[in-house]
Every structure is written in structure tokens, then in C-alpha cells.
Design a protein around this ligand. Structure first.
Ligand code: AKG
Ligand code: FE2
Ligand code: ZN
Length: 585
């Protein structure tokens, strides 16, 4: 039946009977009371969110008959509501669509009733309030400047499911929600955007720009821009059409209008703790200034420029529960994690690992050779013993957690025993020197790493010296890539496993799971606690994941400062490692 056909008397009676029944259903379902006389408010009695109805579909049809002022869908209900600004439009919609329009998933016609009031949606949406730390600067640029920036957008954009995007400076990868920090793009930020920063007294110097292009009906899902990817703040310039942006944090839900030509500065809490998003729809329902009723605002095409500064290192925010740089690994979890992703792995890869470790690093060699005839040096975490035989004048003993690696040391006629760096089986003050090269970064908590340092101090004689190497989070120092990154073999084929293991993995443990990112080998680290793949050269290319805590600049020094009876003699960066030489007082 087409919607403008008049109903026969029989059909009218049938419709009335149906509506009389639905009154009760509606009351029970939503609490709304139907009105015998026409009102500006209509209930769709038999279709709602559960039957696949959306605000969008309602808007699409009902806005053809007048100005809508509200659309309300109740979660989990099979009824919905709408309001017009005039009684006339509401009557027109009632007569045109009742028992005729087919818009729900069940392929049945919808039934309409007038209601006195639309039920209050139990949603804590607050209008116009901004989250803490957020600044909105209206009329930030002129119409001429807006046009100039819009002219920059005639490019080939990347089509996303819900919008078009284009990146400058660094590509934002939606698969890892991060940028490749060591792969800047050749296309840097357009110089035409530089004038913006003089308006902010040059306080902000972005190196990454994402342009989002939204046609009506498109949006962006709720998200927090990855903490470890960008510094604070994040700045969005809105062009071409206003839009409603939403911020959520726990049960708080704030909505406000981003006017055309406004600048949004997301900082601190609003940047780190709240999600932001734009609901994909063709209109926005905005409360009237008077505080009474709503207005449906038709969306136009909106273009936004999001400016960010790529963060080198890891995030130091105080919003740990939302922070990908922070891992709250508990002690009992740490034990299991190390057992599985350090000890077991080194036993399994011992031979292959040893084959790749021949050449002593020059600075370590120099340190070991600085000891005098007859001195005792302990190598905590000696691996295959590559530093054990390099100074014939001294007595060097190795100690490692891995039986496989100690076996290799013995085959090479070195002195080595199985021992844990957290309780080295040596007497207090028994060694003149100690080295720990690439060991304590395998411990999963700061407490345990500190304990390992204290253990080295304990076995040292007063006046003794120790050298510690740990992997650095930042593999590029003074714009020089470490050899670890440089080893990117030209024809290294990307295997299925490489693809499979990048991203986050759940490590199932008896004492609670931890989720850790798997590091993409030979690239800069994206997080402080990571699993680093080791691929065996067997037929199956079996891959093992080793746990690492990679160190920030000064992190190792700061730990040393917590130990009373030592003095830092030297600290430096060496090939992707942070290094400290300390002396026991
Ligand atoms: O379009 C906007 O204003 C926001 C874009 C955004 O949140 C993002 O790209 O992360
Ligand atoms: Fe964002
Ligand atoms: Zn953070």
C-alpha cells in the first residue's frame, strides 16, 4: 500500500483496534502515556533500537514532513519517539505513515501514537560542558584563512570506513593506533599551516597532521589518541561545517558543538583520560538556548585538521589505567612472566643465540681490561661467556640463569655457574668488578630490577666497580640509529609469523593475564614493556617471545641514586643501550 492512499472504513477500524492494543504495550515498555488528541510528539510503538531502527532512519523519513526537534531511542526497547516543532507536521506524519511505513528490520509497518511527553532518556549526557583541560577557541581563523586551508585538501585521500583521511609528517597507522616513529614521511606539514602557531605564541610546534574529511552521515568512533604516540596537547581545527563532538569518561558523557573555524585544544585530563568521538549521522540534535526543546541541525561536509607532536620515548602521564606505556605488573605475575618469556626462551634458543654473540662490545672490553692482575670479576648474566676470556690477567666468573648458556660457557672452558641475578651465590664484598650486560631489562618490575643492582653492589668489595648495560627505549640517539635498527637486512622476508605477532598479545598466566605489545623487530620501541620475537633458524622458523623492559634516558641513573653506598662514575649511551659505571663506596 502506498502511503498517500486513503484508508477504507474497514482498514481504519483495523488500525484503531491495533493501536488500542499497542497503547498498553507502549505504556508497559516505556512508561509513555498516549494522548487521544494530537500532540507534537509521536511514539513509534513497534520499532526501536532492538529492531534495528536508528535515529538516522527516523530522520530520513520523518524530516520530509516537517522540522524535527527530537528523536529518542531507548536502549533495549522496541519503541521510539520523535517530536516536531508544529502540530501540523506531527498530524501529517501520523496520517502518512501510520500502519504503512516499513522501516524496521522485521519488515512490518510501523504504528504511531500521539504521546503527551517523550520519556526521559536515562543517559547522563550533559550539553555544552567541556571536560577538564580542554580549551575551545572560537573564530580562531578568518573565512579567508579557512578557504586557503580547504584548498590544500585537493589530494588523494585514503578512504576509511567512515571518512577520508590524509596524513603529513608521519603516517598514522590505524592497525597499530600509532605512528612509525622512525619512518617520517617525505611529505611534511604544509607551510601554509605555519601561521596558526604564531597565533598561539609559537607554543606549539606539531610534526604530524591528519586531515579528516567527513560527509554528512560519517563520524569517528570513540577513542583516546594513543598516549605513547603523541605529546600533550592535541589540536583540532574545524573547517567547513560545525559538528557535535562527544567526550566520555566512565559514566560522564559531555556533548558540545565544534563551530566552524574553531580550534580545539585537548590537554591533560581531556587528552589522556577522556575518549572523544563523533557519532556518524546526518544531523545533530542540539538543545535550544532557551533550554526548552531541541533543534535538528543538518550536517554539512566537515574537514578537520588534527595537529600533533610525535612523542619520542614513552608516556609519563598520571592516567595509568588509560596509558599504553604503563604496565602494572605485579610481583607474582613478574615471576611467571620471566620464567616463561625469559628463562624458558633462553634455554630454547641457547645455541642459536650463542652463534650470534661473538664480538665483545668495545666499551665493555675496555672496562673489563681496566682491571688489574689478580682481580676477581663477576659477569652476572654471562650468556655464552663472550666476556669471560678477554682479560687473561684477572679471574673472571660467569653466572647465568640459563643452563643451556652455562653449558656453552663450560664447553669453552670458562668458569660459569647457574645463578639468578636476584640472588647471586657469592659472598658479600668478594669481587673487584662486576658486569651485567643486557640482563636486568629482562626483569619485569622496577623493584626486581633494583634488587638485581643491589645484588651486584652486595658482592662488590668497597672500591669495586660495576658496569651495567640495558636496552634503551629510544633506539635513535642524536639522530643516529643504533646498529640494532641498522641491521634491517635488505632482503629480510616478512614471514606470516612477523605479521601474526605484531600487535598486542595476551600472555595467559596463572596469577592473572598481562597484555603486552609484540615488538616489531628492528624498529623503535613503541612501549616500555614489550615482547621481542626471536626467530630460530629451524625449518619452522619457530618464534619465541622474550620479555623486555626498555629503559628511558636517566632511568638507570635514577635507580642507582636509590642505592646508598654507590657513586655513579660514568653514564653513557652505546648502540641502543643506556650504560652506567658505578663504584662501591
Ligand atoms: O575530526 C576531529 O576533529 C577529530 C579527529 C580525531 O580525533 C583523530 O584523528 O584522532
Ligand atoms: Fe582523536
Ligand atoms: Zn599515558
Amino acid at each position: 500500500m502506498s502511503s498517500n492512499e486513503k484508508l477504507s472504513i474497514g482498514q481504519k477500524k483495523k488500525l484503531d483496534r491495533k493501536l488500542a492494543k499497542l497503547q498498553h504495550v507502549l505504556k508497559k515498555e516505556s512508561g509513555a502515556t498516549s494522548s487521544p488528541n494530537p500532540t507534537k510528539n509521536l511514539a513509534i510503538c513497534n520499532a526501536g533500537l532492538v529492531s534495528g531502527l536508528t535515529e538516522e532512519i527516523i530522520y530520513e523519513h520523518f524530516s520530509q514532513l516537517g522540522n524535527l526537534t527530537d528523536i529518542t531511542l531507548l536502549p533495549g526497547k522496541s519503541c521510539s519517539f520523535l517530536s516536531y516543532d508544529s502540530l501540523e507536521s506531527s498530524i501529517k506524519a501520523y496520517e502518512t505513515f501510520n500502519g504503512k511505513l516499513n522501516i524496521a528490520q522485521d519488515n512490518k509497518a510501523i504504528y504511531l501514537l500521539y504521546v503527551d511527553q517523550i520519556p526521559y532518556l536515562n543517559d547522563q549526557r550533559i550539553w555544552g560542558e567541556l571536560p577538564p583541560g580542554l580549551i575551545l577557541l572560537e573564530d580562531f581563523i578568518s573565512i579567508e584563512e579557512e578557504n586557503m586551508l580547504l584548498n590544500l585538501c585537493s589530494f588523494d585521500a585514503q578512504p576509511m570506513k567512515h571518512r577520508l583521511v590524509k596524513h603529513f609528517g608521519y603516517e598514522f597507522r590505524y592497525d597499530i593506533n600509532n605512528v612509525d616513529k622512525d619512518k617520517p614521511m617525505s611529505e611534511t606539514l604544509p607551510v601554509e599551516t605555519n601561521f596558526l602557531w604564531s597565533k598561539l605564541q609559537q607554543k606549539f610546534k606539531p610534526d604530524q597532521l591528519t586531515i579528516n574529511h567527513y560527509t554528512p552521515g560519517q563520524g569517528i568512533p570513540h577513542h583516546i589518541d594513543t598516549h605513547s604516540a603523541f605529546e600533550d596537547p592535541i589540536i583540532c581545527l574545524s573547517l567547513s561545517s560545525p559538528i557535535i563532538m562527544e567526550f566520555k569518561n566512565n559514566d560522564k558523557h559531555l556533548c558540545f558543538l565544534l563551530p566552524q573555524r574553531s580550534l580545539l585544544i585537548m590537554s591533560e585530563e581531556s587528552r589522556y583520560d577522556w575518549t572523544h568521538g563523533i557519532v556518524p549521522r546526518k544531523f545533530d540534535i542540539i538543545p535550544n538556548n532557551s533550554g526548552q526543546g531541541f533543534t535538528c541541525l543538518k550536517r554539512g561536509t566537515r574537514v578537520s585538521f588534527t595537529f600533533r607532536k610525535v612523542l619520542q620515548g614513552s608516556c609519563q602521564c598520571n592516567y595509568k589505567s588509560k596509558c599504553d606505556s604503563y604496565n602494572d605488573i605485579e610481583d607474582n605475575v613478574a615471576l611467571e612472566l620471566e620464567a616463561m618469556h625469559v628463562h624458558k626462551v633462553y634455554n630454547n634458543i641457547a645455541d642459536h643465540f650463542s652463534d650470534t654473540r661473538h664480538k665483545p662490545w668495545p666499551n665493555v672490553l675496555e672496562f673489563v681490561q681496566s682491571f688489574a692482575y689478580g682481580d676477581i670479576l663477576i659477569d652476572v648474566g654471562c650468556g655464552n661467556g663472550k666476556y669471560l676470556g678477554i682479560n687473561q690477567k684477572i679471574f673472571t666468573i660467569g653466572c647465568d640463569r640459563s643452563m643451556g648458556l652455562i653449558d656453552i660457557c663450560r664447553q669453552r672452558q670458562y668458569e660459569g655457574f647457574i645463578g639468578d641475578c636476584l640472588s647471586v651465590p657469592l659472598k658479600n664484598s668478594s669481587a673487584d668488578g662486576a658486569i651485567s650486560i643486557a640482563v636486568i631489562h629482562h626483569l619485569a618490575t622496577e623493584q626486581r630490577r633494583l634488587k638485581a643492582l643491589r645484588e651486584m653492589v652486595r658482592v662488590l668489595k668497597p672500591g669495586g666497580r660495576a658496569l651495567v648495560y640495558v636496552w634503551a627505549h629510544n633506539q635513535i640517539n642524536n639522530e643516529k640509529k643504533s646498529s640494532y635498527i641498522m641491521q634491517d637486512r635488505k632482503n629480510r622476508k616478512v614471514t606470516q609469523m612477523d605479521k601474526l605477532v605484531t600487535g598486542q598479545v595476551d600472555v595467559p598466566l596463572q596469577n592473572g593475564n598481562v597484555t603486552l605489545p609484540v615488538h616489531n623487530n628492528r624498529s623503535n620501541f613503541q612501549a616500555k614493556d614489550v615482547l621481542v620475537p626471536w626467530k630460530l633458524k629451524d625449518k619452522n622458523e619457530t618464534t619465541f617471545l622474550r620479555f623486555y623492559h626498555v629503559f628511558e634516558e636517566n632511568e638507570l641513573e635514577q635507580m642507582c641514586q636509590k642505592i646508598d653506598n654507590i657513586q655513579i662514575l660514568k653514564s653513557y649511551y652505546d648502540q641502543g643501550n643506556w650504560c652506567v659505571i658505578f663504584g662501591k663506596i
